[in-house]
Design a protein around this ligand. Sequence first.
Ligand code: NAD
Ligand code: ZN
Length: 361
Amino acid sequence: MQVHKNFKNIEKVVYGRGSFDMMESILSERRNDNAKFILFVVDMYFKGKDLEKRIPLHEGDEIRFIDVDPEEPTTELIDALRDEVLAAKGIPAGVVGIGGGSIMDIAKAVSLMFTNEGSSTLYQGLNLIKKLGIYHLGVPTISGTGAEVSMTAVLTGPEKKLGLKCDWTVFNQVILDPELIASVPTDKWFYTGMDTYIHCVESENGILNNAFSHAYAEQSLKLCKDIYLGENAGQTPENDDKLMVASLMGGLSLTYSEVGVCHALSYGLSKILGEKHCYANCLAFQHLEDYYPEGVAEFRTMLAKHNVVLPTGLSKNWTPEQINAMAHVAYNLHHMWNHAIGTDWKEKITIELIEDLFRRF
Ligand code: NAD
Ligand code: ZN
C-alpha cells in the first residue's frame, strides 16, 4: 500500500504590511491559558529598535532577546530556556517568536518542550514528541528558510543536527509582515533568499515531486526570478512582498516533496564546521551542476547580478577526517538521497563519492 504524507499546515496566517500590529488582538484570545503570560523570543537585532516598542508586552510577560549569530539553535539553549521560564513562572499561555529561521525554530521547539519532559535531544527525529505543545506564533523578519511554515524545528545537539518534527511543531499562527524584512543586510538577504530557491530546485528534482509540491515550487521560483533577476531586481518593498510569499511557498513545496543533495552536503558543513544553513547551501550549490544543471547555472547568474563572490578552494584547508565526518553526516540523510537519486541510491552514492563532492569546495 502506498503511504502518502498527511501534513498539518499553519492554522492561521495574516499577510500584509503593518500586520505586525494585529498581534495584540490575536494574543488576547490566548492570554488566559496556563500561567497566563506570554513568552516572547526575539532576535537580539531588534533590541532598542522601533519594533521592540511595538511588541504587545503585558505585565507578567517574559521577553528574551537571543543573539542568533554565534551558533544555530542548540538543544542546550532550548532546554535551558524551558527550565528557566518553567522554574520562574510556570507554563506560558503561548510563545511568540520574532526573528529569522533561528528564532522560528527556537519558538517552535520551546513550545513543544514545555509539555514534553526531559531534554530536547530525546525528541530529535520524526514523531518522537509525545504531547501537544503550547500555542505558538511566528513572525519572520528575514525570508527564505521556510521555517515559518515547516513542520520541523531544527536543533543542533551533541550528537546530531536534526529537527523536532511532528504535526505539533507547526505554528498555530504566523504573521507575515513584509515591512519587517526591509532592514535585512544585503548579503543575508541573498543567502537566505537562496535557501528558498534551492528548496524549490531540490523539491522539483526528485522522485517525491508531485503536482502539489510542483505548484508551490513553480510559483516560488517565479517570484525568486523576479526578485533576484527581474527588471526591478533587488531589495525593494515590492520584492520584499514577494520574497515573504516565496519563502512560504518554497517551504510548502519541500514539505510535500523533499530537499536533496545540496541540503545533505549543507548539513555536513553546518554540523562539522559550524557554517550557517543558508550560506552553507550557497557554498554547496555552486558545485552541484551534475545534479541540478539548470538551477546551478541560474544561481551563478544571480550571484553575478548581485556581485556575490563565494569562496572556493576551501577544502584545501580541511583535514581528511573532517571531510570524512561531513560525508557521514550527509550520507545519513537517507531521505534526501532517496528523493534526489532514487530508491536505488545506495548503489550510486557512497561515502567516497560524497567526499569527492566536498573536495570540490
Ligand atoms: P537567522 O535567524 O539565523 O538570522 C540571520 C541573521 O539575520 C542574524 O544576524 C539576524 O540577527 C539577522 N536578522 C534577522 N532579521 C533581520 C532584520 N529584519 N533586519 C536585520 N537583520 C535581521 O536567519 P535564517 O537564515 O532565517 O535562519 C537560519 C536558521 O534556520 C538555521 O538555524 C537553520 O537551521 C534554520 N532552518 C530551519 C528550517 C526549518 O524548516 N525549520 C529550514 C531551513 C533553515
Ligand atoms: Zn534550507
